[in-house]
Design a binder for this molecule. Structure first.
Ligand code: FAD
Length: 487
């Protein structure tokens, strides 16, 4: 299985990563990406180590592979998959959202139903199966861009002032198609191996040229990755920003400057109906988002642990109203975990024999995530008080003769040294207040769609038969009072 060193080495290719008006050389060695690239390398090393239980024999390749890519066909498979995803999530405490298991889940869902991609005279199902086998065999890191750039949300791409602002088919060319335009928002794309490009937002029949689905290696000519401001490079140390420096995946606008895509890398071509069905008719959306929720379990537990620790250090943990806040946070963490376990244990077998986590419970929490994650962050903020601000500018105040004595005297707590206290509160600030923290709030609110879109998933996947039966049964149990006949 691929190791971390092999992954890091593979990043030194001809990819076009643009940052701050310049092209980045080797991303693995650039200060903006170095920390996160090392985090992904650690993930690869953990997966390759048999003692971590992440290896299985893939039925598709007959070889050892990473369980995060498994197509679940039983409850046991779902449990094994969850454990493997959790092992990876623990490395970043859930602060890395687009590790290879995320899009890996979507690709497993596509590959579980390749016939979905065979339509009319186009037989792209074989491309889907071949690419999935490649991902499994080579333990590849695929990221995705499946959202059009914002530009104008009052109409879809065909109604915009210029053609091909959203990525679309420019022309067919010998052996493939040429695409032009852009798509948002490639999280971790700069440090991945391949990019999956499609559109999950509903399109209209006039948007046919934008109804595509394809994959590209990152070093493809004409593929440009425009990264937002990085949060890792400007920080004084890991001690000061322990999350920003290691887990900033970076997000990027992707530009396709007349990029050639060979037919064998195409899954959907100019098909508005299929580009949507690929996500929801196959198990892709459910498997990809189950990964996201398993990751969130790790994050919620971690946030709860930091909150509890802060109250212990500040000596507030015995105060009943503080315990109530911790209880509030504990409820939120338990709900995420409970919903994942509920969706797993009440899985549904689809027509291809794929064990799909029950969408009622999966989307049940996701529908509220845009409210509940900010609430968790607000609770941690409230419990931390000004402790996250009453902090030295950097670790240097703790290590320099001029300032160390005052830091040690005034920044300690009972049974906690100044160093440990500062370390804890700097971590809390990286969860609630740093630029990295702000980006995470946005991430949890939007990563799978705007809140109104995600509530739509919850609406469509609840399964109302039982609920309606219950309401109707009750309503039919009583009637208008009998009118007393007048004598
Ligand atoms: C940190 C981060 C990382 C991301 N990573 C990825 C990634 O790796 N890959 C990827 O493909 N995408 C990624 N995304 C993009 C994400 O999928 C989108 O942000 C999400 O789908 C919402 O789309 P939008 O941002 O265009 O919001 P919009 O659709 O423009 O909506 C913004 C707001 O406008 C209002 N609104 C708009 N339309 C309507 C409507 N019809 N009805 C009611 N209200 C409306 C709502 O208030 C909504 O919240 C990421 C986003 C973030 C924030």
């Amino acid at each position: 299985m691929r190791t971390g060193a092999q992954y890091l080495k593979s990043l030194a290719d001809d990819r076009t990563i643009l940052l701050d008006g310049a092209r980045v050389g080797n991303v693995a060695q650039d200060s903006a990406f170095e920390g996160i690239a090392r985090t992904f390398a650690t993930m690869y090393d953990e997966a390759a180590d048999p003692s971590n239980g992440m290896i299985y024999i893939s039925p598709e390749t007959g070889k050892e592979a990473n369980k995060v890519f498994l197509i679940p066909r039983s409850l046991d498979d779902l449990v094994e998959r969850r454990r493997a995803i959790s092992t990876w999530a623990e490395i970043s405490k859930g602060f890395v959202g687009r590790s290879p298991d995320h899009v890996g889940g979507f690709l497993a869902g596509f590959a579980s139903s390749p016939e979905t991609f065979d339509k009319d005279d186009r037989f792209f199902g074989k491309n889907v199966s071949r690419f999935y086998r490649k991902v499994v065999e080579e333990n590849l890191f695929v990221t995705y861009v499946i959202i059009p750039p914002q530009i104008d949300r009052s109409v879809t791409a065909h109604g915009w002032s210029e053609e091909l602002l959203q990525v679309g088919a420019l022309k067919e060319q010998d052996g493939g198609m040429v695409v032009r335009g852009s798509q948002m928002l490639g999280t971790a794309t700069a440090i991945s191996d391949w990019l999956f490009v499609s559109c999950i937002k509903p399109l209209t029949p006039q948007d046919e040229r934008y109804a595509l689905s394809f994959v590209l290696p990152l070093d493809t000519q004409g593929l440009k990755v425009y990264c937002r401001r990085p949060y890792a490079s400007s920080q004084p140390s890991h001690f000061d920003y322990p999350l920003s420096t290691r887990f900033d995946e970076t997000d990027a606008l992707i530009v396709f400057d007349d990029v050639f895509v060979p037919w064998e890398n195409v899954f959907v071509y100019r098909d508005v109906d299929l580009v949507r069905r690929q996500f929801f008719e196959t198990a892709a959306h459910v498997l990809g988002n189950t990964q996201a929720q398993i990751r969130l379990i790790a994050k919620m537990k971690f946030i709860l642990g930091v909150a509890r620790r802060i109250t212990q250090v500040n000596g507030t943990d015995k105060i009943p109203s503080v315990q109530e806040k911790l209880g509030d946070l504990a409820s939120l963490a338990a709900i995420v975990e409970g919903m994942v376990l509920a969706s797993e244990s009440t899985f549904e077998m689809d027509r291809n024999g794929v064990a799909r986590p029950n969408p009622r419970f999966l989307y049940g929490f996701m529908g509220l995530q845009a409210e509940l994650y900010p609430r968790a962050i607000l609770l941690l903020r409230e419990l931390a008080g000004g402790g996250v601000i009453q902090l030295p500018a950097s670790y240097r105040d703790l290590t320099t003769d001029l300032t160390r004595a005052d830091m040690e005297r005034y920044l300690r707590s009972p049974n906690t040294s100044a160093e440990d206290r500062v370390k804890l509160f700097k971590l809390a600030w990286d969860i609630v207040g740093s630029e990295f923290a702000g980006r995470h709030l946005q991430y949890e609110m939007f990563y799978t769609g705007a809140p109104f879109v995600v509530k739509g998933y919850a609406f469509r996947n609840y399964g109302y038969d039982e609920a309606l039966r219950s309401a109707e049964q009750f309503l039919s149990s009583y009637k208008l009072p009998a009118i007393l006949s007048a004598k």
